[in-house]
Design a protein around this ligand. Structure first.
Ligand code: SF4
Length: 309
């Protein structure tokens, strides 16, 4: 089996979860899952902005969106958010390519024209705890060990999700009540702006006439851009004991994965883990009567038919 960080992470969290996900796929995708999928596809496109919107729509047509809000509104919001994120990422990092898979490892990193490898991470907020958690994850450690080279963790802050929208400057701005072209993200100090006194909240997807370039450049002028994209280089040292242990663990887990069972003991601490939300298999594991994904066709579909659709 070709390993990847998601397999290792899923097995660590719950072997039962890995067993389910090897055969089944939830029919619904979360807004964050939709955003990640659209971004990862569009990042390698020569026209990332349009590609992000197209990919968001394509996925939304084939999967339900797990939201209690209007699915069309959420999809449009995610499409515009994905578009601005890939535009700014590609303008910073250059045209990206996927790091090719090997016989043992499927990488989720992106390579820049100069050969730097980036792990793109979307976070609602970034502090030392979140950075440390990311640095300790299989998404970073697994890539370091498998590729035996350093990587750059590029975290993009997308704000908290409320009522189906991400509250961050990528998606939300303010316009002057009298001058609709006057866009702001925070006060610049000029009193005549009267910022905060009657300025109107606007969402990116509602103002398609404002170009992505204008939105991003105004974020930069208002000084909110650099704090929303943070890159940290993580070195690789083969003699580091942490790398040796991770290598050993990968080999051991690689063997155990083959026997992951759908009836393995539940890992209740992973059912609602912070940062990952509710596990998508809760309808099976937390059902008051015994059930399985094949008995819930309205929620899950076999991986093979999903791949064909
Ligand atoms: S709901 Fe809990 S026990 Fe079931 S697969 Fe998910 S994490 Fe594991």
């Amino acid at each position: 089996m070709i390993l990847n960080a998601e397999i290792l992470d899923t097995f660590d969290r719950c072997p039962r979860k890995l067993a389910f996900s090897q055969k089944w796929e939830p029919r619904a995708i979360s807004p964050l899952g939709l955003l990640y999928t659209a971004i990862e596809s569009a990042l390698i496109s020569p026209d990332p902005e349009q590609s992000a919107k197209d990919e968001t729509l394509r996925i939304a047509k084939s999967r339900e969106i797990s939201t209690d809000q209007n699915a069309f509104t959420v999809t449009r919001h995610i499409g515009f958010l994905a578009a601005i994120l890939v535009t700014v990422l590609q303008s910073r990092l250059g045209q990206l390519t996927r790091v090719p898979a090997t016989e043992e490892w499927e990488s989720n990193l992106f390579s820049t024209p100069s050969g730097d490898r980036h792990k793109i991470l979307l976070v609602s907020a970034l502090d030392d705890d979140r950075l440390r958690a990311a640095a300790h994850s299989w998404a970073v450690i697994g890539e370091l060990v498998a590729l035996q080279s350093p990587l750059t963790l590029t975290a993009v802050v997308i704000g908290s999700q409320r009522a189906g929208k991400r509250h961050c400057a990528w998606a939300k701005g303010y316009i002057h009540p009298k001058f609709a072209t006057k866009l702001r993200f925070r006060e610049r100090g000029a009193k005549e702006d009267g910022f905060g006194n009657g300025w109107l909240t606007i969402w990116r997807e509602q103002r398609g006439e404002i170009s992505t370039e204008k939105w991003i450049s105004t974020m930069a002028e208002d000084g909110v851009l650099d704090s929303l994209i943070i890159s940290r280089t993580i070195p690789f040292n083969a003699e580091d004991n942490r790398m040796k242990i991770a290598r050993r663990d990968m080999l051991e887990i690689g063997e155990k994965i083959k026997s992951a069972r759908e009836d393995a003991p539940m890992k209740r601490c992973s059912c609602d883990s912070v940062g990952h939300g509710a596990c998508v298999w809760q309808s099976v594991c937390w059902s008051p009567t015994e059930t399985s994904p094949d008995q819930l066709p309205q929620l899950y579909r076999p991986i093979s038919s999903a791949a064909r659709s």
